[in-house]
Design a binder for this molecule. Structure first.
Ligand SMILES: Cc1cc2nc3c(=O)[nH]c(=O)nc-3n(C[C@H](O)[C@H](O)[C@H](O)COP(=O)(O)O)c2cc1C
Length: 213
C-alpha cells in the first residue's frame, strides 16, 4: 500500500478538512502501521504559480530547446503525475474557498495533467477519499444549493478524467461558532460535524480493509 495525502487548507492548525483527513488516515495507520505515506500540503507549500505555463510551453518545445524554467516545471509536473499514479490509496482534503476550488488545488490539477502521459488515467480504480469542508451549507433546498463549484469540478477530474474510485466525506457549517450570524444553526452544525467524523472514520476503515499493508 502506498498512501498519498494532499491537504490544501490555508487555515493552519484550525483546518477542518485536515482534521477529517487525520481521522481517515488514523484508521489506515491503525490497521497498517508501516504504511508509507507521501504528503503534500498545497496550502502551506504552494506550487509555483508560473510552473503550469512553463510546463505547457516546455511540453510544446523540443527537449533540447527547452529553457531552464521549462525543464524544472516539466520535471515538477511529471513528479506530481507519478506521485498520483504510484499511490494505491489517496486522501485529499480540499476546502471550499470563494465558492470554488482553491487556487492551490487548481495549480496542482493543472500541473498534474501536463505531467501525465497522454490518455493515462492516473487513478484508474484507485480508492480515493475526498474530504470537502464548507463554512456554510449547500444541501438541497438551501439558499445556496448549487453554489459549491468545487466538489463537482473535483469529481469531474478525479473520477471522469483520472478514473478514481471516489468516496466523498463532506462537512458543512464549519463557520458555525466562528461567524455569529450562523448561531441559529448550532445544533445542526453539531450533527453535521458528528456525521462527517463518522463518515471519515468509515472511509478510513474501508481504505484499510481494501489493502494488505
Ligand atoms: C478565504 C476564504 C474563503 C472562503 N469562502 C467560502 C465560501 O465561498 N463558502 C463557504 O461556505 N465557506 C467559505 N469559507 C469557509 C471555509 O469553507 C471553511 O473555513 C472551511 O472549514 C475551510 O476548510 P479548512 O478549515 O480545512 O480550511 C472560506 C474561508 C476562507 C478562509
Amino acid at each position: 500500500m502506498h498512501l498519498l495525502r494532499i491537504d490544501a487548507s490555508i487555515q493552519g492548525d484550525r483546518s477542518a478538512s485536515s482534521a477529517l483527513a487525520d481521522l481517515v488516515l488514523d484508521r489506515v495507520t491503525a490497521a497498517h502501521p508501516a504504511v508509507p505515506v507521501v504528503r503534500r500540503h498545497l496550502g502551506q507549500d504552494p506550487l509555483p504559480s508560473d510552473a503550469w505555463g512553463n510546463a505547457l510551453a516546455g511540453s510544446a518545445t523540443p527537449e533540447q530547446d527547452r529553457n531552464e524554467r521549462q525543464r524544472h516545471a516539466l520535471a515538477l509536473a511529471e513528479r506530481l503525475a507519478t506521485e498520483l499514479q504510484q499511490a494505491t490509496a489517496v486522501v485529499l482534503a480540499f476546502p471550499l474557498y470563494n465558492y470554488g476550488v482553491s487556487q492551490h488545488v487548481k495549480a496542482w490539477i493543472d500541473l498534474t495533467v501536463v505531467g501525465a502521459e497522454h490518455g493515462v488515467r492516473l487513478l484508474d480504480g484507485t480508492p480515493t477519499v475526498l474530504v470537502v469542508t464548507r463554512g456554510g451549507a449547500y444541501g438541497p433546498g438551501t439558499p445556496r444549493d448549487g453554489w459549491d463549484h468545487s466538489t463537482g469540478y473535483a469529481r469531474r477530474i478525479l473520477v471522469d478524467h483520472w478514473g478514481a474510485d471516489l468516496t466523498i466525506v463532506e462537512r458543512d457549517f464549519t463557520l458555525v461558532g466562528v461567524n455569529p450570524a450562523l448561531d441559529e444553526f448550532t445544533e445542526t452544525a453539531v450533527t453535521m460535524r458528528k456525521t462527517a467524523e463518522e463518515s471519515a472514520i468509515s472511509a478510513g476503515e474501508s481504505l484499510a480493509a481494501r489493502h494488505a499493508a
